[in-house]
Write a protein that binds this ligand. Structure first.
Ligand code: RUB
Length: 309
C-alpha cells in the first residue's frame, strides 16, 4: 500500500508558504491535519500516540509563530487525550476527532456571531477601509451585503505579499464597489473613510492587537482623522502567554518577499505583523459582543478559563 503523505508536514508547509493564510484558516488547517493524523495513526499505545501528537504540535507551531488561535486549538485537542483515562488508541483517536469537530463548530458559530454584531456597525452609504485579507472581515462584509446594507470598500494592497488582492476580488464577487490602494495611500484616503475594520492574529493580555504589518499605521492614521477603528476577532486569538510576561513573537519572513534580486549587503527586514496599541482601537468585535480591548483578560477568564491552564 502506498504510504499516506504526512498530513502535519504538508499542512505546516502550506501554512509556511502562505498557501493557507489568515489566522482562522491557519487554525482550521492545523485542526484538520491533527484530526487526520489521529485517524491514520498506527500508534500501539497511548504514550506513542501522545508522542505523535506532541511532535505534530511542534511542527505546526513552528510553521508560523504569531498564531495563538492555532496554538490554543491544538493544545486544547491534545489536552483531551492527556486527560482521558482511555487506553485504546482507537478510542483516543475518536476523542481527537470529536474535540476537533467541536472546536471547528465553535469557530464557525463565533464567526457568524461576529458578522451579526459587526453588520450593525455598518451604516448605509458608508466607506469601509480594510487592510490585508481577513476572512472574518470579509465574512462580516458578506453578511452586511446580504442584509441589504449599501457600502463601499477600500482595500490596501498589503505589501509585500499583496493579500489585499484577495480581499478586493472577494468584494467584487459580492458586487461591492471596491477601490484598491497602495498601503502608503491610507492617509490620503482616510478622510473619506467612515469605518476601519481589520482582523487580528493575536491579542495580548493588555488588549493590544497584532495583525498584518501596516495595521498599526492605519490605526494611527484613523486616530488622527477620528475615524473609528475596529478589530474583528474570535476571543481565542488571545495569547495566554502574554498574561505571564511573554511578548508575542512577531514572525519575520524571508527578505526575498520584499525584493527578489536585491543588491548584496543590503539589509532587508520583513516583519509579517505589527502591534496596534489598545488606545487606537475603538472596540474588538468578538463572539461576546463589542468589547473594550482593556477588558480582554477578564472576558477570557470568564468565557475560556481553560486557556490559562
Ligand atoms: C493575515 C492577517 C489577517 C489575520 C486575521 O496575515 O493579518 O488580518 O490573520 O485573519 P497573513 P482571519 O496573510 O500573513 O496570514 O480573520 O482570517 O483570521
Amino acid at each position: 500500500m502506498k504510504s499516506l503523505p504526512d498530513p502535519i508536514r504538508s499542512t505546516a508547509e502550506k501554512i509556511r508558504k502562505l498557501e493557507i493564510q489568515g489566522a482562522r484558516n491557519v487554525a482550521i488547517a492545523a485542526i484538520e491535519a491533527t484530526e487526520t493524523l489521529a485517524g491514520q495513526t498506527k500508534a500501539k499505545s497511548k504514550k506513542e500516540f501522545l508522542q505523535q501528537l506532541l511532535g505534530a504540535k511542534e511542527t505546526l507551531f513552528a510553521s508560523r509563530e504569531t498564531e495563538p488561535l492555532m496554538r490554543n486549538a491544538v493544545r486544547l485537542i491534545i489536552s483531551q487525550v492527556e486527560k482521558s483515562g482511555e487506553k485504546s488508541v482507537n478510542r483516543l483517536a475518536k476523542i481527537v476527532s470529536l474535540a476537533s469537530q467541536h472546536f471547528l463548530e465553535d469557530l464557525e458559530n463565533s464567526n457568524e456571531r461576529i458578522a451579526e454584531i459587526g453588520t450593525k456597525r455598518i451604516r448605509n452609504n458608508s466607506v469601509i477601509l480594510t487592510h490585508c485579507h481577513s476572512s472574518t472581515v470579509t465574512h462580516l462584509l458578506e453578511r452586511a451585503k446580504r442584509e441589504g446594507k449599501i457600502f463601499e470598500v477600500i482595500c490596501t494592497e498589503t505589501r509585500p505579499v499583496f493579500q489585499g488582492k484577495i480581499t478586493a476580488k472577494e468584494m467584487l464577487d459580492l458586487d461591492v464597489k471596491t477601490t484598491f490602494i497602495i498601503d502608503s495611500a491610507a492617509r490620503f484616503f482616510m478622510n473619506q473613510v467612515d469605518l476601519v475594520i481589520v482582523g487580528a492574529d493575536a491579542i495580548t493580555s493588555e488588549g493590544n492587537v497584532i495583525n498584518k504589518i501596516g495595521t498599526s499605521t492605519v490605526a494611527l492614521v484613523a486616530h488622527e482623522a477620528r475615524t473609528p477603528f475596529y478589530v474583528v476577532s474570535e476571543l481565542l486569538k488571545f495569547d495566554p502567554a502574554t498574561m505571564y510576561g511573554d511578548y508575542e513573537k512577531i514572525e519575520e519572513r524571508n527578505p526575498n518577499e520584499v525584493w527578489k534580486d536585491a543588491p548584496r549587503n543590503l539589509n532587508i527586514r520583513n516583519p509579517a505583523f505589527d502591534v496596534t496599541r489598545r488606545d487606537f482601537i475603538h472596540g474588538i468585535i468578538c463572539e461576546e459582543g463589542i468589547i473594550s480591548p482593556h477588558s480582554i483578560a477578564e472576558v477570557m477568564q470568564r468565557k475560556y478559563p481553560w486557556v490559562f491552564e
